[in-house]
Ligand binder design. Sequence first.
Ligand code: ZN
Length: 231
Amino acid sequence: MIRKALVLFSGGQDSTTCLAWALTRFERVETIGFDYGQRHRIELDCRGVIRQEIASRFPQWAGKLGEDHLLDLSLIKHLGSSALTEDRAIEMQANGLPNTFVPARNLLFLTSAAALAYRRGLDALVGGMCETDYSGYPDCRDNTLKALQVALSLGLDAPMTVETPLMFLTKAQTWTLARQLGGAALVNLIVEHTHTCYLGERGKRFDWGYGCGACPACELRKNGWETYRQT
Ligand code: ZN
């Protein structure tokens, strides 16, 4: 059976590692990104560059890398604001979740991706959701995604596997996974071309890549990189 995957690809460190992971395991890999009125479009701009770099530096993967899809999910913006879509400071809310939380975002992403995958004849979704270093987003939890896999497979009446290779990895282990998948060339590509910073900063270059160096996303990436470098 030829397995074909659709990778939820935002242009960040995690989803780029997931893309490489899928390219080592599936015969055909397509990518999907979501435009939901993010404050910063820099991540979306990185996507094309990363795909091109992967195709040119990894000839063993180039032939498997299929189409890219960009889906308009601006409905997320209409459902209410968050610090990811509005110009607001990132802070904790009374319920213990940061105000970057967009309710049910991953459920919407995966359900939309499943519909597209079905149309495209792809039977697996690959996403970078992670329980380990996550900000407490309940839709990143392993059980949420396992339940969704069952719901999608039943609702489509077709197998739709939800793969989350980073689920139990720390950010340092995600760098190690990248090295195992594509060696130093992949680690360098991720440092140089992926974007994680919540503030959309790309002016300053650190060892671990570009960013403001101070927002929660930069902190996670920086700490993960420093631990990885010590191993
Ligand atoms: Zn930042």
